[in-house]
Ligand binder design. Structure first.
Ligand code: ATP
Ligand code: MG
Length: 340
């Protein structure tokens, strides 16, 4: 299902000329939306030889809740998911942004480059405010897309494999890079988003599959839980199954999920199920997901035996990220004429 785009041909021609950054909030286990939205692309690009940075966005947990519950546990769960899907610490840097002070300091000059009106217009932030657990909107929620610009630009990443909800943030990062370069001299690339074939996988309630919305099939779920969750997925009143994302989003998301797991075309998958209806679609989706995830789940269980290794991978990743962030921050300070 992965066709080679012009951007990918360019990457293949010289993988070492590119750098990827993406990340996730440690708010729970990663799910199928993450996998087909971004993880699969991260691993693919890593194997092509592109230097890869994987950020665990621990401060950003606090954008939509007062307390980051069991933060250390969630970070470990993320690490397990990363290793299980094939992110290789020998080739990729996994780090937490709270451990990298120089990265966070970039937030200050970057905040000076955007207006309050621009921050208020961001459609993803509006959606997240609507689903927030807080009664009022915190400054961190309002400004986290600028924090993401610091996450991406500290290592001068030029490629960001993300889901669709991240596109407004990527646009803001590009704006910040451009404005910084115009004002202080060229320092940052304007990074490009890389969308997958499933940039917005829906959860069992028909809205974006999210860790925090109780609508997700976790990569680590067992086969029975996966069957139960998918059996309860929202569909529509039409019996005949078709692939029509614009008009039948819930059914089409299930068809797409099945097709991705089977490495088939979603239109063909829908045609095969046809008049057998939603129950048959859910059954087929369940079988496809469980078969696809079986090796990932087995690897995850193995890595879970050695928590010390997880800590070591994170320590080494943080050290690498700190060195890069300090170098970038000193370049920023020199460009801004700060006295050393
Ligand atoms: P939370 O509910 O805590 O915000 P989340 O499920 O939205 O969790 P994030 O950590 O916010 O996950 O997102 C990490 C990355 O995964 C982002 O690049 C995002 O675009 C992508 N992603 C998340 N959910 C989906 C989805 N349903 N479909 C495609 N991509 C997704
Ligand atoms: Mg999110």
């Amino acid at each position: 299902m992965n066709t080679l785009t012009a951007a990918e041909a360019d990457i293949l021609a010289d993988p070492a000329a590119h750098r990827i950054l993406t990340g996730d909030r440690p708010t729970g286990r990663l799910h199928l939306g993450h996998y087909f939205g971004t993880l699969h692309n991260r691993v693919r690009l890593q194997h092509l030889g592109v230097e890869t940075f994987v950020l665990i966005a621990d401060y950003q947990v606090l954008t939509d809740r007062d307390i980051a519950d069991d933060l250390a546990g969630h970070v470990e769960e993320l690490m397990l998911d990363y290793l299980a899907v094939g992110i290789d610490p020998q080739r990729s840097t996994i780090f937490t942004h709270s451990a990298v002070p120089a990265l966070n300091q970039l937030l200050l000059p970057f905040l000076s480059l955007v207006s309050v009106a621009e921050l208020g217009r961001n459609p993803t932030v509006k959606d997240e405010i609507a689903h927030s657990r807080q009664s009022s909107v915190s400054g961190l929620m309002f400004t986290y897309p600028v924090h993401q610009a610091a996450d991406i630009l500290f290592c001068k990443a030029d490629l960001v494999p993300v889901g669709q909800d991240q596109l407004p943030h990527l646009e803001l990062t590009r704006t910040i890079a451009r404005r910084f370069n115009d004002r202080y001299g060229k320092l940052f690339p304007e990074p490009a988003a890389m969308l997958s074939a499933a940039p917005l996988l829906l959860g069992t309630d028909g809205t974006k599959m999210s860790k925090s919305r109780g609508n997700a099939v976790a990569l680590a779920a067992d086969a029975d839980a996966t069957a139960r969750l998918l059996r309860g997925a929202k569909t529509d009143g039409e019996r005949h199954i078709t692939y029509d994302p614009a008009h039948r989003p819930e059914v089409s998301s299930l068809v797409l999920l099945t097709a991705l797991c089977e490495d088939r075309d979603p239109v063909a998958v829908a045609a095969e199920i046809g008049g057998e209806g939603a129950a048959a679609l859910k059954k087929r989706a369940t079988e496809a997901v469980n078969e696809y995830l079986a090796p990932i789940r087995a690897r995850r269980a193995q890595y879970a035996q050695d928590r010390g290794y997880l800590r070591q991978v994170l320590r080494e990743g943080n050290e690498r990220a700190i060195a890069i962030a300090e170098k970038t921050l000193s370049e920023v300070r020199a460009a801004m004429n700060h006295l050393c």
